[in-house]
Design a protein around this ligand. Structure first.
Ligand code: GAL
Length: 989
């Protein structure tokens, strides 16, 4: 047994060194003819509360671990019932006392025995760990192999001489906290464990130690260059190119290049005396030229996302299907780039990126953000004692991932401030791989990098940068360098809760300025952990749900996917905003212009078609023939003559671009881009003639017994003017409503009070408005109710006049709102809310859909006739908040199962929201399971909504999407669809 060195003052898990005993880092390859034994599966497991609670006798062969528990490997033990996960964003969950860690240091001893396959040849072999969080010490058959840190980076040990045919004992002690934890302060769950594979790999005599595929593409000649450096030397064959060349020797051959859009790979084989490795080679050249980032000579534009590895049940222990699912979902949503925030992903993910086509910024496993909390004192990147650990991390990333064409940039890490350690990493990387630019966001002077990268710069600043007109840096030299760099937003559009708003406005900037080469939405997926209530209902947990002493709540749920990988409305919006084909209609000329916004692909992979709809009813349809249209080019297509339609009403053209053939990521017919444009103008009040159900003769209001006023189908309380019955059914009267359950973006940033609309709204009482009835006036054919809507302690108000009239079976409401006094804040919403019978469960509407939309996130809504159940109208944000609005609704019909119900027409069109719980309940809920169906269906008919913005970590709602208090007038018509349209709950029919 190896004993710890007696002189070591600091134990291995606290020293700053990266580890001991490991082999030099090298490339990863998924397969070769050398044998492999996967060591995943059921391991014996023992958890201790401290690093030194147990001695290392468990590592000795013969140790009896029969009483230990069984744990699956790979996994994180807190997700298997041992201890708890914990979430912090920036703050370290332990004292900032580098390199020391708390005495309470959960430590998992992992043990398994294994036999070698019968045909195992003996000789050299390595034991490889793909990822262990955060520090491990390893023994094989009682001999210590070494220790390591660097959770998301691989490590290998030479083990050939220690192996036996049977009963090999592999023992791994894993500490949750180590000096490495100071370098791994990413915004995510703290989750220790052996969370990626452990593999034994045979290394026959003459096997490949390491290799580096250097592949380039010269767009001026259409040729590729290939040189494979390999230790030891061997040959490379590429049958499709007729190549059979020695390693180390360059060749130039005509090839088709690789790009994220056209991921052309060539099958190849690398052979040395002892090993044959299948390769997939992609030819491409990345360069920053004339201030622009180019691949194969062309400017590229990132339509990207930041991707953490996450699964709601397994944390960062992802299986291959999940990785592929992520990429398929991205491709299907027009996403072309991933920043691997904030650590190298599982290596198989990069193989999939090569295969399916994705630009990748590969980021090192490094973040020291928590030092900002202490004024950056002791920041490891500025303390040379840590530099070996930093260089170790850079090398383990670059060596592992250097052979992937999809990796187009190396990123030094995230949010580490500045320091010489970062410069040392950059120099090492540049020396080792001069063919890829370097990225790091945290240093405004851009000293070590090739691109100017920022996070959450707002629209106005991004635009300034786009014009290369940003405020200068103090140092003229650095300023000149930076001003001549391409610009990317490595994070933008914080997708927390309902949002992000303002995506389309960012895209306009990316499309306008050559320098702005796109960005990466923060982030891909909500990290909500699946948990169940006592009755077994699933929900997603976030920070604070595990009793953490420090935590950052639901800031961990800020993705475009819900934790179960269901796309959120934000992802649907992003897909539309970044669509790679722009379609614009010119009805006057009877033409459509399609613009190819790909960087490499022409439009031959897409089929274009049109449909003609009147009042939401599909009419004729047909196909376009599109001429060859290269990247950046446009084609003008002729619309057919306006089809004749049996229906009357609003007519719309819809033009769609779908995949012409099956691809690796979606079947033929998958929609890539679309546009809609009106063929004729709308009728008055937003309705075409056929959209309006005609009424009959006007009614006059009459006083009825019980202090009621009857007006057509409406029965009102004569004293308050409130509508009490509609066609005999009781209801909660429609009345002015300005409140919404604040979104995460309304809550804003804890560190920026001006962003906290929620707080300001509550301070001014918008969630507790009172309605004083000023006057109820019965006129010749109207009932007019004047109210003053205001909050306690405030002297500003919304003067609201409801004017009711009726004709035939139609009840009509005009609402006029006039603000009084000073209104400094925008209103959350402006409309009426009413309470109806909860059996009205199915909704049909003519307007924007099918999904949710808000003023600054509505690009993906198309006009049509849509249907949904009330349940389907709800968007299950992990922390419940305002959701579910449908825009531009001309009319909606809420029906019961028997077809009876209520039709609501709007003039102008309105925002429709219907929920089985009130805004108050939504506001109070912390998790989806807190929401319980009420005995009322709450229906919001809004004239206007305040935009979303992305102020949970980014810009506020843009001025044009703010809902300022201003005079407004809007109206609704209520039409009962059957006399028995609603029976109160509990009443037998
Ligand atoms: C950035 C950081 C991310 C994440 C994001 C907010 O500052 O790089 O890791 O914390 O903000 O969700």
């Amino acid at each position: 047994m190896h004993e710890p060195e007696p002189s070591a003052a600091v134990p291995y898990y606290e020293d700053m060194a990266p580890g001991t005993g490991a082999l030099p880092p090298r490339a990863w390859w998924p397969a070769s003819d050398a044998r492999r034994v996967g060591l995943g599966g059921a391991w014996r497991f023992r958890l201790s509360a401290t690093a030194q609670a147990e001695d290392d006798s468990f590592a000795r062969p013969g140790y009896d671990a029969a009483r230990w528990d069984v744990l699956p490997v790979p996994s994180h033990w807190p997700l298997q019932g041992y201890g708890q996960p914990a979430y912090t964003n920036v703050r370290y969950p332990f004292p900032v006392d580098p390199p020391y860690v708390p005495t309470e240091n959960p430590t998992g001893d992992h043990l398994r025995t294994f036999d070698l396959p019968d045909d195992w040849p003996g000789g050299a072999a390595v034991l490889r760990f793909e990822g262990v969080d955060s520090c491990a010490r390893v023994w094989l058959n009682g001999t210590e192999l070494g220790t390591f840190k660097g959770s998301r980076l691989p490590v290998e040990f030479e083990v050939g001489e220690l192996l036996r045919p049977q009963q090999n004992v592999l023992a791994v002690r894993v500490h949750q906290w180590s000096s490495g934890s100071y370098l791994e302060d990413q915004d995510m769950w703290w989750l220790p464990g052996i969370f990626r594979e452990v593999t034994l790999i045979e290394r026959p005599e003459g096997a490949v130690t390491d290799f580096f595929v250097h592949c380039g593409y010269d767009h001026t000649t259409g040729t590729g260059t290939l040189r494979v450096d390999c230790e030891p030397g061997g040959t490379v064959t590429v049958p499709e190119l007729g190549l059979d060349i020695p390693t180390g020797e360059p060749v130039i051959v005509p090839v088709e290049p690789w790009s994220a859009e056209l991921p052309r790979l060539y099958d190849a084989e690398l052979a040395t005396e002892g090993e044959r490795i299948p390769l997939r080679i992609g030819f491409r050249t990345v360069a920053v030229e004339d201030g622009v980032l180019k691949v194969n000579g062309r400017r590229i534009a990132f339509r990207g996302v930041n991707r953490h590895e996450f699964d709601p049940d397994h944390g960062r222990a992802l299986d291959q299907e999940t990785m592929r699912d992520d990429l398929l979902l991205m491709k299907q949503h027009n996403i072309n780039a991933v920043r691997t925030s904030h650590y190298p992903p599982h290596p198989a993910f990069l193989d999939l990126c090569d295969e399916l086509g994705m630009w990748v910024i590969d980021e090192c496993d490094l973040e020291t953000h928590g030092f900002e909390e202490v004024g950056w004192r002791g920041n490891p990147v500025a303390d040379e004692r840590w530099t070996p650990a930093l260089l170790d991390r850079a090398a383990r990333m670059v060596e592992r991932d250097k052979n992937h064409p999809s990796v187009v940039m190396w990123s030094l890490g995230n949010e580490c401030g500045t320091g010489a350690g970062l410069s040392a990493m950059a120099s090492w990387i540049r020396e080792r791989d001069p063919a890829r630019p370097i990225h790091y966001e945290g240093d405004l002077s851009c000293a070590d990098v090739d691109v100017y990268s920022r996070m959450y710069a707002d629209h106005a600043e991004s635009e300034l940068i786009g014009r290369r007109a940003e405020p200068p840096l103090a140092d003229a030299e650095s300023d000149k360098r930076r001003r001549n760099m391409p610009f990317i937003l490595c994070e933008y559009a914080h997708a927390m809760g309902n949002g992000p708003g303002g995506l389309a406005e960012y895209q306009r900037i990316f499309d306008t300025y050559e320098r702005c080469q796109g960005g990466f939405v923060w982030e891909w997926i909500d990290h909500g952990l699946r948990r169940r209530t006592a009755d077994g209902t699933a929900y997603f947990a976030y920070g604070g749900d595990f009793g953490e002493e420090l935590h950052d709540g639901n800031f961990v749920c800020d993705g475009l996917l819900f934790p179960d990988r269901t796309p959120s409305p934000g992802l649907v919006e992003y897909k539309k905003v970044i669509e790679p084909v722009r379609i614009a209609g010119d009805v006057g000329r009877g033409q459509v212009t399609v613009t190819n916004r790909h960087d490499f692909a022409d439009l031959s992979g897409l089929a274009f078609s049109w449909t003609y709809e009147v009042a939401g009813v599909a009419g004729d349809s047909g196909r376009f023939t599109v001429p060859l249209t290269g990247p950046g080019q446009s084609a003008v297509l002729d619309l057919p003559p306006m089809p004749r339609s049996p229906a009357e009403g609003e007519a719309w053209w819809t033009v769609r671009a779908v995949l012409a053939e099956d691809t690796a990521w979606a079947p033929a017919g998958h929609e890539v881009a679309w546009a809609q444009f009106p063929a004729a103008q709308r009728g008055p009040g937003g309705l075409g003639a056929a959209d309006r159900v005609h009424g009959g003769a006007p009614h006059a209001p009459r006083l009825a017994e019980g202090g009621m006023v009857v007006l057509g189908p409406g029965t009102f309380d004569a004293a308050t003017g409130a509508l009490r019955y509609l066609a005999g059914a009781p209801l909660e009267a429609p009345r002015l409503d300005v409140w919404r359950a604040p979104t995460d973006n309304d809550r804003g940033m804890p560190w920026f009070p001006d962003s906290q609309l929620d707080r300001q709204w509550r301070e001014s009482g918008l969630h507790r408005m009172r309605h004083r009835v000023v006057r109820v006036a019965v006129g010749g054919d109207t009932l007019t109710v004047t109210t003053r809507v205001a909050a306690a302690a405030a002297d500003n108000a919304l003067l609201t006049v409801y004017t009711w009239s009726a004709a035939g079976d139609r009840l009509h409401l005009d609402v006029a709102v006039t603000p009084e006094g000073e209104w400094r804040l925008p209103l959350p919403r402006l409309g009426v809310r009413m309470g109806l019978c909860p059996t009205l469960d199915s909704v049909e509407w003519y307007g924007g859909g099918p999904g949710e939309a808000y003023p600054d996130s509505r690009t993906a809504a198309r006009v049509g006739r849509w249907r949904a159940s009330v349940e389907e109208l709800q968007t299950p944000y992990v922390r419940p908040q305002e959701n579910g609005a449908r825009p531009d609704v001309r009319w909606s019909e809420l029906r019961r199962a028997d077809g009876s119900g209520l039709r609501i027409e709007g003039a102008p069109a309105y925002w429709l929201t219907a929920r089985p719980w009130s805004t108050e309940a939504l506001d109070a809920a912390r998790h989806t399971t807190d929401l319980v169906r009420e005995e009322t269906l709450w229906v919001h008919l809004d004239h206007a909504l305040h935009g979303l913005g992305s102020a949970s970590c980014g810009p506020l709602t843009l001025p044009g999407d703010r809902l300022e208090a201003a005079p407004a007038a809007f109206s609704f018509t209520f039409v009962p669809l059957e006399a028995t349209w609603c029976v109160p709950p509990g009443v037998e029919q």
